[in-house]
Write a protein that binds this ligand. Structure first.
Ligand code: PEP
Ligand code: MG
Length: 315
């Protein structure tokens, strides 16, 4: 039986040589916001707003949304909070937003695409976020899920600005977004890698099918190389690239992401201590070597072993 240890995060992520990496929490409900503050998260890198929309026949009112967003923002005064707009569809179907039947829901009308059918829902959500922001000292950033093209990113950014929301970004969850990241970044302020979906779409392996777990693995070199495209684009544009998928919660992989140039890592609160602990023991140069050797590997297993060797830790 593996020993289960609780490692406490001191609230400031850094490598052994003092390179700062923001360690943020993924939050999907008011109670997970409490868990995030208890774990000393530096802020929120992914606020999933779906919880407000579930088990309903219509969208929540603007007033109800303002109350819910304000409740989470109040837990992070002066801190960064990245609010993701509604990510309905595929693994998160919602009757009033998504299609009744789709042959391939993961390739269907989901994420930002739902705003083509219900633009009113996105506008109401942005209006509610703007109202919550007006009453809060949190540093709010807004981001859209499931973006494919530079035009979608530009459209999202314009809509955010029309609501007075100054900082807008998009998730990189599809190969199309990773490949066109240089163009995406011309209209937005940051990108955040959603590695759960990016792995699913890069490997063409459904994230809901357990039998495909060997393929649907962020350590797959194809996925690492796909991620690298986005990091390189961020570096060239001088704009931050964060990670908010499960990959950020794997300490070894977190170090690889830092080696690629991740400026922030967002994860479930309970992972923060373990990721912080590993990063504190390695240098940026080791992270870069781990990123280099793992993305050059020929299998997920080899990639993990290569990273462990470069970092001087056990796989
Ligand atoms: C992801 O796809 O990695 C992600 C963070 O979004 P979600 O898991 O909510 O689809
Ligand atoms: Mg996703």
């Amino acid at each position: 039986v593996a020993e289960v240890r609780d490692v406490v995060f001191d609230g400031s992520g850094r490598t052994a040589d003092g390179h700062r990496v923001q360690l943020l929490a993924n939050v999907g409900s008011p109670s997970s916001a409490e868990a995030a503050t208890a774990a000393h998260a530096e802020g929120v890198g992914l606020f999933r707003t779906e919880f407000l929309f579930l088990d309903r026949s219509e969208a929540p009112s603007i007033a109800e949304q303002v109350r819910a967003y304000a409740g989470v923002l109040a837990a992070f005064p002066g801190r960064k909070v990245v609010i993701r707009t509604l990510d309905a569809g595929a693994d998160k179907p919602l009757p009033f937003v998504t299609m009744a039947h789709e042959e391939n829901p993961a390739l269907g009308i989901r994420g930002f695409r739902t705003s083509w059918r219900r633009p009113d829902l996105l506008d109401e959500q942005l209006a509610a976020i703007a109202l919550a922001v007006a009453d809060s000292s949190a540093e709010v950033q807004v981001m859209a899920p499931m973006i494919d093209t530079p035009d979608e990113a530009a459209d999202f950014a314009a809509r955010c600005r029309s609501h007075g929301l100054a900082v807008a970004g998009v998730m990189i969850e599809t190969p199309a977004a990773a490949i066109t990241a240089p163009e995406l970044l011309t209209n937005i302020d940051f990108v955040s890698l959603g590695t759960n979906d990016l792995a699913q779409y890069t490997m063409a392996a459904d994230r809901m099918v357990g039998d495909l777990a060997l393929l649907n693995d962020p350590w797959q070199p194809a996925v690492l190389r796909m991620m690298r495209l986005a990091f390189d684009a961020g570096r060239a544009a001088g704009k931050p690239v964060g990670v908010c998928g499960e990959a950020a919660a794997d300490p070894l992989l977190a170090a690889v992401l830092v080696g690629f140039g991740a400026s922030s890592l967002s994860m479930s609160a309970r992972a923060l201590g373990h990721v912080a602990e590993l990063l504190q023991g390695v240098t940026v140069a080791q992270c870069e070597a781990a990123a280099e050797s793992s993305s050059a590997a020929r299998s997920a297993e080899d990639a993990r072993a290569a990273a462990a060797t470069a970092l001087g830790v056990g796989a």
